[in-house]
Design a protein around this ligand. Structure first.
Ligand SMILES: *Cc1c(COP(=O)(O)O)cnc(C)c1O
Length: 399
């Protein structure tokens, strides 16, 4: 049998490969250079151009781009009217920002459990956590698979809750043929380099509501308006503007916007390649009883941001940590998405304890994010598959 590198065998490859990597081409570089040679590095024409493009791609009526996905979640919570004392329901299998945005508002994050086949927030668990204090639901399209929009929307409509979709992974995905971004009350995006398209740092909030849109614009820029209709006093002259709310400087630069516009031109190609790689992984791993494949709801036509290798502990003599280290020895550098948010010391200090979301915690014990990005060659994909096959079969409990 082919010996894993961790047991002294030869690694499947000599060079390291990581779980994610951005793809930047000459058009992206030129787009940035053009802005640097222009008059506007920020507050210029690229912002509006980008917002229009995001609306075009997602079908949302309004887009507000901002400095990062966390800022997007923050201003979305502000626009939703989340206040101190409110509760916001979210999933623990996400980046910390999905819950931190509730804390920014003085509200309490409440963790609902996941569906252990799709790994997304379970609508039934959301219902069981609704109280008089619940104001909003922050639902994450984990790995890029759409949340159960119909179920979550009807839960939110019946109870007068705001559905905020943390779509940091979702760009390129459709739910029942409609692009995600035009469905929930607000959808936030992130353009961090590991996401499907990047602006270095960047984010956006998408909405069909004019009311939310106007608030988002204010909160992005200090609460300042130049719109005379919003002003409380008569303009004192052409220079006049007013601060009417407390907002932040969460603006994106034109440099970032130009990069993102150029990246978005490649979204169909990015999406196609990610789907191809996911299909290859699913096909290869479906033959391995040691691996559990993430299920997809039929409504979601998914552009996957992450590929979750879920281990079946019954079929393996090693645990997740050992599997992870064995992959590293093969020069496959993976990651784990995510440590359940309430495991962190900060959340412990707030009184959260392990045990509140058993399905999420079990998933965390068994998951590894393996490489998935546009620039992977077929050879890279094969190396990952070979490494997983080699380790899974070598450490199989039933041989
Ligand atoms: C990346 C990410 C964020 C935060 O986005 P930033 O742009 O890094 O601030 C929020 N939620 C999820 C699910 C993410 O993956």
């Amino acid at each position: 049998m082919n010996k894993p590198a961790i047991c002294g065998g030869t690694p499947v490859r000599e060079t390291k490969i990581y779980y994610g990597h951005q793809y930047i081409d000459d058009a992206d570089i030129q787009a940035v250079v053009d802005v640097l040679k222009s008059d506007h590095l920020t507050c210029g024409p690229k912002i509006g151009e980008l917002e229009e493009k995001l609306c075009e791609i997602t079908g949302a009526k309004y887009a507000v781009v901002c400095s990062n996905g966390t800022a997007a979640l923050h201003i979305a919570c502000m626009a939703a009217g989340v206040e101190a004392g409110d509760e916001v329901i979210t999933t623990p299998i996400t980046f910390a920002a999905s819950a931190n945005c509730a804390l920014y508002m003085g509200a309490t994050p409440v963790f609902a459990d996941i569906n252990d086949r799709t790994y997304n927030i379970d609508p039934a668990s959301v219902v069981s956590h609704v109280t008089e204090k619940t104001k909003a639901v922050v639902a994450v399209d984990f790995t890029g698979q759409s949340i159960e929009e119909d179920e979550l929307l009807s839960i939110c409509r019946e109870r007068n809750l705001v559905l905020i979709e943390d779509g940091a992974h979702v760009l390129g995905t459709k739910y029942k043929g409609k692009p995600n971004g035009s469905i929930a009350d607000m959808t936030t995006l992130s353009f961090h380099p590991v996401k499907t398209v990047t602006s270095g740092e960047g984010g956006a909030v998408l909405t069909n509501s004019e009311e939310y849109y106007k608030k988002l614009l204010l909160y992005r820029a200090h609460g300042i308006t130049r719109d005379t209709e919003q002003m409380e006093h008569k303009p004192e002259g052409p220079w006049y503007y007013e601060q009417i709310e407390l907002g932040y400087n969460y603006r994106m630069t034109d440099i970032q916007a130009a990069l993102l516009i150029s990246q978005l031109n490649k979204l169909p190609a990015f999406s196609k390649r990610r789907k191809e790689i996911v299909a290859k992984y699913d096909e290869a791993f479906s033959h391995l009883p040691q691996i559990v494949i993430q299920e997809e709801i039929p409504e979601s036509d998914t552009t996957r941001h992450l590929y979750i290798l879920r281990l079946n502990p019954k079929e393996l003599s090693i645990d997740r940590k050992e599997f992870f280290e064995a992959l590293q020895a093969e020069n496959i550098y993976c990651n784990v998405h995510y440590i359940p948010t309430y495991f962190f010391p900060y959340y412990e200090r707030l009184g959260y304890r392990k045990g509140i979301c058993p399905k999420a915690e079990k998933l965390y014990e068994e998951m590894i994010s393996i490489p998935l990005y546009y620039g992977m060659t077929d050879r890279d994909v094969e190396d990952v598959i070979h490494a997983v096959e080699k380790i899974a079969t070598y450490f199989a409990t039933s041989k």
